[in-house]
Design a protein around this ligand. Structure first.
Ligand SMILES: [Zn+2]
Ligand SMILES: [Zn+2]
Length: 864
């Protein structure tokens, strides 16, 4: 074995192993039939170029699991994907090149997006490597590459054939800024201050927050039980400013206590308008176009933006006497999750995926949710589901919808699977339409990026590949913010396309909060990057923070002090390891029988095997914080502070079974500790293992607990030895003695135990004596209380004190027990109260003066 350097320097060790590791040791074996599979449906991050701390926390969890499962004998796949498509990249490209997407040809713009994405992926890969993640790079996927998006397109075709994908004109959520339809899952609600406007509406009075939609008004609704107005039901009213007539209809959903109790129905102000529009089969009046501008039916307001139109209409309503009151109102406004712009509801021809909530709910029940309470979020979402999933987007950088329309008859032509991947804007179908026409208009819309990412589980499990389908995957790790999107859509698609649940378990991670307890954000200046932590400390310290910071599911605060503590822990383990290895230079490992071990060795091994059991259990339940805290506690409290001290005399002593037993125990402990640390601190553990055995720690097995070595009696005896040793250490220090000072004798009473290590650690003779000690408390010193004697005896005080000090302490003690102390000064007998004097006593055992320490209620007698 090599000499271990004094200091552990992560900035040398981590890059060394990063360069030396053969990453193929992490490859999944598609043809292995002996080991159970463990496939992880890793989230494909959006390639922003910055693998942030939130990603890193989640990847730490994934890596802990992947490494642990590999060591437990599983055939593990930890793939890495990149979810490339989407608006943020388009916006970035526009920014970088100073263009808008319509100023360059479609294909050129898409190429710019691809180039930017590839560069960003490169940067993020580097962080993944720096953090020591055991990614299986043979299973990397990039959603913008043909190999992946052809699967997205094939899934579209398959679901179209099943009738699960269809095209329809239907109200959809629309972001006027992104100029695209979005799905309900992408709408986020926020409370905003708005004005409720009270209007004279022909013969009625209505209140509305959206007067700019007057042109889109198609009806006015009244609750049938509202006696103020119900006589008007069935009549028509004229819309102010626009003067078109709309019917007054009855609906029990109208709340008579809100506003005036009369509601204006527009196409569409909100989701409730859509419900009424469907139920009452009302006409459609589109007042807002796809760019968020007013249409021709808005008359003189045509071309205005929504806020401009609102201001102008309110002004006109006021001057014409229609507006008679305004009230401030807190309103829940739906907003685009990407850009925070209030969404509109527009009726457009779009592509949809039919949602089967029952199938999703059933599959969700078969999946184990970690933590369990996170499942409620999916259940709640399922219960509010009203519309199908709108999957078409009016963007460029995304998977093309593989569809054309016949120029002659308008028939829809969906590409066949064997034609894919295909971009209909660049290629015509190789077949003619049923009508004989061969000229087609391409579908220019593209697919929602969730259409790509909702088949990751299928993709990594070998769907549509040369391998057998290995669905369900075992684990989906993801954030709680995308339960209603990524988790929901993945379950939906997996059930639709294969009839199988996508995974066995879903592990939800929380968010990382800044040191100030707030969500990290540039504006708060509390953003920490993982690269920063690696630079200042180490990747392993970052990983240790991730492990102990909190349990999965809960939000985790980033704290530098946790990183510092992590780094100190490595320093401590390194010194334990270095000390141990220095005694194991010529050690040849061979199994040793328990009978050859000292109590303290067995005490340590009992705790070590308990540790294996508890860490294994915590890893199996994804409680990484508990697992790591247990490792820390053992290393620090049991191993470093006690065991190593207790065995030093054997290690430095003569060769013999005692020395061999200590070496054996040390070796087993170091080897086990290295294995337990491996999933958490891959660099540190590899460095340790390089002096223990050949090969990488990351292809070794997880330690098995030897339950026969777990022994409560041995633990109790070991505990007592440890406590006696620390009591003696404290005694020496309190009495100003060197820690290796030799005491005359240490006596233990009525115990049955091995004292070898106690003799060693105290450097003093130790004896076990049967029965109980016989103590005598002998008065040895008289201490007059000046504060009391002085005021009472004044001039005589000094003489009294001198006399007391001359007196036999035993006589004074006797006097005290009788109630009065008497001293004679020049023949005069003076009496003192008992509390005027204190007596110091000494403990005497068997005629020797001793000190007695109390260790867990047992007397430990020290003869000085
Ligand atoms: Zn938007
Ligand atoms: Zn045709």
């Amino acid at each position: 074995m090599m000499t271990v350097p004094k200091e552990y320097i992560p900035h040398e060790v981590e890059p060394k192993w990063k360069a030396m590791w053969d990453m193929s040791m992490y490859h999944f074996d598609w043809n292995d039939s002996t080991r159970p599979q463990y496939i992880i449906d890793t989230p494909p991050p959006y390639p922003t170029g910055n693998f942030h701390i939130g990603n890193s926390l989640n990847w730490c969890y994934i890596d802990f699991v992947a490494r642990y499962k590999r060591m437990c004998g599983y055939n593990v796949m930890f793939p890495q994907g990149w979810d490339c498509h989407g608006l943020p990249t388009e916006v970035k490209v526009e920014e970088i090149h100073g263009i808008t997407k319509n100023e360059v040809p479609r294909e050129q713009f898409r190429q710019m997006c691809r180039d930017l994405t590839l560069g960003n992926i490169e940067k993020m890969r580097a962080t993944l490597m720096n953090l020591g993640f055991s990614v299986d790079w043979s299973n990397e996927f990039v959603t913008m590459e043909p190999a992946y998006y052809s699967k997205t397109q094939r899934s579209f075709r398959k679901m179209y054939d099943m009738g699960r994908v269809y095209q329809s004109e239907h109200p959809v959520n629309w972001c006027p800024r992104c100029e695209t339809a979005i799905a309900f899952a992408e709408v986020e609600y926020d409370t905003r201050d708005t004005k409720l406007n009270f209007l004279n509406f022909d013969k009625l009075k209505i209140a509305t927050t959206r007067p700019e939609l007057l042109a889109a008004c198609v009806a006015v609704a009244i609750n049938p039980d509202d006696e103020r107005y119900n006589s008007h039901i069935g009549s028509n009213v004229k819309v102010p400013l626009f003067c078109h007539e709309v019917p007054v209809i009855s609906d029990i959903q109208v709340d008579p206590s809100f506003g005036t109790g009369v509601v204006m129905i527009c196409t569409f102000g909100d989701k409730q308008d859509v419900r009424w529009w469907v139920e009452h089969q009302l006409p459609l009046r589109k007042a807002i176009d796809k760019n968020g501008r007013m249409t021709a039916i808005a008359g003189r307001y045509e071309g205005m933006s929504i806020p401009e139109c609102k201001a102008a209409i309110i002004e006109d309503l006021r001057t014409q006497g229609h507006l008679y009151e305004q009230k401030t109102l807190d309103q829940n406004v739906g907003m685009c999750w990407r850009c925070d712009t209030p969404i509109e509801i527009l009726s457009e021809r779009q592509w949809f995926v039919k949602i089967d909530t029952d199938a999703v709910a059933k599959a969700a029940d078969e999946i184990s949710w970690l933590p369990e309470y996170m499942k409620v979020r999916l259940d709640n979402w399922i219960n509010t589901m009203e519309w199908d999933w709108c999957i078409s987007r009016q963007r460029l950088f995304a998977t093309p919808i593989p569809v054309w329309y016949c120029k002659e008859c308008g028939e829809v032509m969906v590409a066949k699977e064997e034609w894919m991947p295909i971009d209909p804007t660049r290629q015509q179908p190789p077949e003619a339409c049923g009508c004989g026409c061969t000229v087609f208009e391409p579908e220019e819309d593209v697919l929602d990026t969730w259409m790509d990412s909702s088949i990751t589980a299928l993709h990594v499990s070998g769907w549509l590949s040369e391998h057998d389908l290995k669905l369900p995957a075992q684990l989906r790790p993801q954030g709680h913010d995308i339960i209603r999107t990524w988790a929901f859509y993945t379950i939906l698609r997996s059930m639709a396309l294969t009839g199988k649940r996508p995974w066995d378990s879903i592990l939800i991670n929380g968010m990382v909060l800044g040191e100030d307890g707030h969500k990290m954000s540039k504006s708060l200046g509390n953003v920490i990057s993982p690269e920063e932590v690696i630079k200042d400390y180490s990747a392993d310290s970052f990983r240790q923070w991730a492990a102990v910071g909190g349990s999965p599911g809960s939000d985790v605060m980033f704290r530098w002090k946790d990183v510092v503590a992590a780094s100190r822990f490595f320093t401590k383990v390194w010194s334990i390891y270095r000390f141990s290895m220095s005694h194991l230079e010529d050690y040849e490992h061979a199994e040793m029988d328990v009978s050859g071990l000292e109590v303290i060795d067995r005490w340590l091994l009992s705790h070590l095997n308990r540790l294996i059991m508890s860490v294994t259990q915590s890893m199996d339940t994804y409680q990484f914080d508990e697992a790591f805290k247990a490792i820390r506690g053992f290393s620090w409290d049991i191993l470093a502070d006690n065991y190593l001290e207790l065995i030093k005399s054997r290690l430095y002593g003569d060769d013999g079974t005692g020395k061999q037993a200590a070496k054996y125990t040390l070796f087993v402990t170091m080897d086990t500790l290295t294995r337990l640390l491996a999933p958490f601190a891959p660099f540190f553990a590899e460095e340790m293992f390089s002096n223990i055995d050949k090969g990488s720690i990351h292809v070794q097995s997880w330690p098995q607990a030897r339950e026969n070595l777990i022994d409560a009696d041995v633990e109790k005896s070991g505990e007592f030895i440890k406590d006696v040793a620390s009591a003696v250490r404290r005694y020496k220090s309190e009495n100003g003695m060197a820690l290796n000072a030799r005491l005359e004798m240490i006596e233990l009473y009525g115990v049955d135990m091995d004292i070898t290590d106690l003799i060693g650690v105290t450097n003093s003779p130790v004896e076990i004596i049967a029965g109980k000690p016989d103590f005598e408390h002998v008065p040895v010193n008289v201490k007059p209380n000046m504060g009391k004697i002085g005021p009472v005896f004044r001039g005589k005080a000094k003489a009294i004190i001198d006399a007391l000090l001359e007196e036999n302490p035993k006589k004074v003690a006797d006097d005290i027990s009788k109630g009065k102390i008497s001293v004679s000064i020049n023949g005069e007998v003076i009496e003192l109260e008992p509390d005027f004097v204190e007596i110091e006593k000494e403990v005497v055992s068997a005629g020797r003066s001793v000190d007695v320490l109390d260790v867990s209620g047992m007397p430990v007698v020290i003869v000085r």
